[in-house]
Design a protein around this ligand. Structure first.
Ligand code: ADP
Ligand code: ZN
Length: 617
């Protein structure tokens, strides 16, 4: 329309200047420049960038460059609080309005908005969509509207929030403001849903690679008491911050207690806890450098602690999206971190039952069941884990990561088709009509011919005692494998699971030898190998031994500043920034500004104090 509209678009150089001065980063990375350029030109966009990919700068910087107020919609108060605190530390005029904001603070914020003195305002979707709020805001010039965690708008996503659906109306209420939807997880279907619901049909889409090269991933089938294995894993990682996801509230309480008995500073977190207790524990976790949070998935979105060194799934996640997001909370500072998942066939059976019992349309159920099967195919698979996840998200030409357990020690598999035929027909014969009246132990005993007080009918079956080639453990593994592949299914039967034949076509194909079944060679040696060769999160933080005393002194200094201001330490400086300062040993403020993550605001606020720590150590 305007011939010179190009000239009116603020250039990316202005944005880059702010990136350097205010945020202390040398240049844009990944798709940031593309997204920011689009918004600076006044156009809406959808950006899918991996966790830690720098989504927030995509809306923070245009809010500073473009005239008017930048609105950020975020689903969680904790998330807003963290971002606002970090922005204020960098000298950016940012505030949040939520149900906790006092009347005085509110009127002060509005005064600053009306004076044009505020650059960014964070709001919940409910808060924004109140008629009085919309009315007030619609009379102001807006730099942009950012919709964070945009996958929450989609039923196909995994964090569906009905209140996000209201945000479609923003297109009419604020026709002039570019809208930017950002998220870390959205497969193609979820992206379509975001576009439709948020009325972003014609906008540009930026989808970055889902690679997280700083994560070393592994997964293990549960063996024996799962709690004991988790404790062992945590004790090997003592002194580092971690998150453990457990399936039930009760499970988190018990596991946290056991960990504390072992000297681990563990906290439990779930939706059943009182609100203030939860807030209190979240704060403790954020401010500590070595705390372990044992939580249900109620703990998650908005937890932006950058120095989480490991995430352990004591119970498996619900889908690959959930997996990637949950383990994605480790290593957000870009330093090496670990994601370890424990899973079992019983977990899968339980999840299937839960989906079956949901009151949702059949179509939605089918999607959820498919997602569940894809998750277990990845967990129990034999190929690189991150590669499997990235292909699932639609990436092409994905290379193996080289550092997951499966890359480091590829499991050897053996053909077990014949044994599978024996197991399937044992289940078939034992259960007669196929209804499944026997548990796993009983089937193993039957195959080994060791059933106690065996009934004459059973001893006469052709499958009785035909399985001497495997040990009891070997048969259990094979039964698990058949469960994961859907060839058998498990009915939980109130904690005493019964086994029956699964997918009829698949079973037939195995009987005929058309479908092969392979099992992993016994896990023991694999696991030890992977463990000894695996790099551990935290050990590789890029600090040379000679710089370490200064790094530790800087951390101690940061701890004090954080405690004084009641903010998490990483809001002041990230570990990676302190590591960089320890390496550079700056003597002047100009030198200090060269460290990654040190912007002008931080130089003014902390520069002299940091130089003193450097001089003294
Ligand atoms: P997320 O995409 O998970 O919301 P954040 O916006 O919180 O990610 O950014 C993750 C980390 O990456 C932050 O520590 C941020 O300071 C850093 N970061 C963002 N952009 C850049 C950049 N261009 N160069 C270096 N570090 C960056
Ligand atoms: Zn790998």
């Amino acid at each position: 329309m305007l011939a010179d509209s190009h000239a009116l678009t603020p250039s990316l150089d202005v944005a880059r200047g702010i990136l350097r001065r205010t945020f202390g980063h040398a240049d844009f990375r990944g798709l940031q420049a593309g997204v920011i350029g689009e918004v600076l030109a006044g156009r809406s966009a959808l950006a899918v960038l991996p966790t830690g990919g720098g989504k927030s700068l995509c809306y923070q910087i245009p809010s500073l460059v473009r005239p008017g107020l930048g609105l950020v919609i975020s689903p969680l108060i904790a998330l807003m609080a963290d971002q606002v605190a970090a922005l204020q530390q960098s000298g950016v005029a940012a505030e949040k309005l939520d149900s906790n904001t006092s009347l005085d603070a509110r009127s002060d914020i509005w005064r600053r908005i009306n004076d044009g003195a505020l650059d960014l305002l964070y709001l919940s979707p409910e808060g924004l969509m109140q008629p009085s709020m919309l009315d007030r805001l619609s009379r102001l010039p807006l730099a942009l509207i950012a919709i964070d965690e945009a996958h929450c708008v989609s039923q196909w996503g995994h964090d569906f929030r009905p209140e996000y659906r209201m945000l479609g109306r923003l297109a009419e209420v604020f026709p002039e403001a570019p809208r930017l939807a950002v998220t870390a997880t959205a497969d193609a279907r979820t992206r379509d849903d975001i576009r439709a619901e948020l009325r972003l049909q014609d906008c540009a889409e930026f989808v970055d690679s889902f690679a997280r090269p700083e994560l070393a991933l592994s997964a293990e089938r549960k063996q024996g008491a799962a709690g004991a294995r988790v404790i062992e894993l945590v004790k090997e990682r003592m002194g580092r911050a971690g998150v453990i996801y457990a399936g039930s509230r009760d499970g988190t309480d018990k596991l946290a207690e056991k960990l504390r008995a072992e000297g681990v500073p563990a906290l439990a977190y779930h939706a059943g806890l009182d609100k203030t207790l939860r807030a209190d524990r979240l704060e403790q976790f954020l401010e500590a450098e070595d705390a372990v949070m044992v939580a249900t998935i109620a703990f998650g979105m908005g937890v932006d602690k950058p120095d989480v060194r490991f995430v352990i799934h004591a119970d498996p996640p619900a889908s690959i999206e959930a997996y990637w997001q949950e383990i994605g909370r480790a290593g957000r500072d870009g330093q090496l971190a670990e994601g370890i998942s424990l899973y079992s066939a019983a977990d899968m059976a339980w999840a299937v039952r839960r989906i079956d019992g949901r009151e949702v349309e059949d179509g939605v159920k089918q999607v959820q069941l498919r997602k569940l099967r894809q998750l277990y195919a990845m967990l129990d698979g034999v190929g690189c884990r991150p590669a499997a996840v990235r292909r699932y998200f639609g990436e092409a030409n994905v290379r193996p990561c080289g550092q997951c357990d499966l890359c480091l020690s590829p499991p050897e598999s053996i053909d077990a088709t014949e044994a599978a035929q024996k197991a399937l027909s044992a289940v078939h014969r034992l259960s007669g009509d196929g209804s499944g009246r026997f548990g796993r132990g009983r089937i193993v005993d039957h195959l080994l011919g060791k059933t106690k007080d065996v009934q004459p009918f059973e001893a006469k079956l052709s499958t009785f005692g035909v399985g001497r080639e495997f040990s009891a453990v070997g048969w259990r593994d094979l039964l698990d494998q058949l469960l994961f592949e859907g060839l058998l299914r498990e009915d939980p039967n109130e904690g005493r699971p019964l086994i029956a034949l699964g997918d009829a076509a698949g079973v037939k194909a195995v009987y005929r030898g058309e479908q092969r079944v392979s099992v992993r060679k016994p896990a023991e040696t694999d696991k030890a190998g992977a463990r000894s060769r695996r790099r551990r999160g935290g050990e590789s933080l890029a600090v040379a031994p000679t710089d370490f005393p200064l790094f530790e002194a800087l951390r101690a200094w940061r701890r004090e500043r954080a405690a004084e201001q009641h903010v998490p330490p990483y809001v002041i400086f990230h570990d990676a920034t302190l590591a960089d300062i320890a390496r550079l040993r700056p003597a002047t403020l100009t030198d200090l500004a060269l460290a990654s993550g040190v912007g002008q605001g931080k130089v003014e606020r902390y520069g002299q104090a940091v130089l003193k720590v450097v001089r003294d150590n």
